[in-house]
Design a protein around this ligand. Structure first.
Ligand code: C5P
Length: 250
């Protein structure tokens, strides 16, 4: 991948509801390389939009947090790989068989259509769940332990990495070293408003803490000039004190 400093580590979250809003954001961010399409936008506009973003020489992170029986997941992952998705998310709690099938079909489909295999990322414990709520759904009231357990399951099933809170980076890196990709949302530059995000970290700290990719939405997309906000963040990343072992695992 052609790399402009650390621009390739920024995933811009397209949390909008229409194709025209999404594409105008993509077009206002010439430095942006990866764009996240989540449930809202995908439900509104479907896979055509993925292709339209990809046609603009951008990579798509399809964040649908899939969770179903292995056969159904295999079908969905195969379709996404066929559309040229670069990265996508699955719930690790869907189990090892579900994740293994996803890894297999992603590789097969990518070979068949002559593209790179999408990176498959496990969602461990939703950060919206508090320890008390974990008990309600039959999980131990220990989010951190559960994150590590599910991350190990994802890794042994052949997944490429996980999504986690920036506050979990230290724990995850201590456990996995650099052999597993880590994507973190909850990123707020010092100059941006926190909005509804509570467990936040600045981009440069998250990068120094071992994140491979940062998911950033409103600090860029709601800025008066998204292009300038992106450049400002990218520059702080270029000057960040990164993990010496971290080279470029992305
Ligand atoms: O606008 P903001 O930077 O808060 O957007 C963050 C993006 O990351 C949103 O698309 C949100 O859904 C996603 N996300 C998150 N926290 C998580 C998981 C995903 O903010 N724990």
């Amino acid at each position: 991948m052609g790399q402009t400093g650390n621009a390739h580590r920024i995933i811009v979250a397209l949390d909008v509801g229409t194709r025209s809003q999404a594409l105008s954001l993509v077009e206002s961010l010439p430095e942006g390389q990866i764009f996240k399409v989540g449930l809202q936008l995908f439900t509104a506009e479907g896979p055509t939009l993925i292709q339209e973003i990809a046609q603009r020489e951008k990579r798509v992170f399809l964040d649908l947090k899939l969770h179903d029986i292995p056969n159904t997941i295999a079908g969905a992952v195969s379709m996404a790989a066929g559309h040229g998705v670069a990265m996508m998310t699955l719930h690790a709690s869907g189990g090892s068989e579900m994740m293994r099938r996803a890894v297999e079909v992603a590789a097969d489909k990518a070979d068949a259509v002559g593209r790179d295999r999408p990176l498959l990322l496990g969602v461990t414990v939703l950060t919206s769940l508090k320890d008390a709520e974990l008990g309600e759904i039959g999980m131990p009231a220990d989010a951190a332990g559960q994150v590590l357990k599910l991350a190990h399951l994802a890794q042994s099933a052949g997944m490429d990495g996980i999504v986690c809170s920036p506050l979990e980076l230290g724990m995850v890196r201590a456990e996995f070293g650099r052999e597993f990709l880590v994507v973190t949302p909850g990123i707020r530059p010092a100059w941006a408003a926190a909005q509804d995000q509570k467990r936040i970290m600045t981009p440069e700290k998250a990068l120094a803490g071992g994140a491979d990719y940062l998911v950033i939405g409103r600090p860029i997309t709601a800025a008066p000039s998204p292009g300038e906000a992106f450049a400002r963040i990218r520059k702080t990343l270029d000057g960040a004190d990164t993990d010496p072992d971290g080279e470029d695992s992305a």
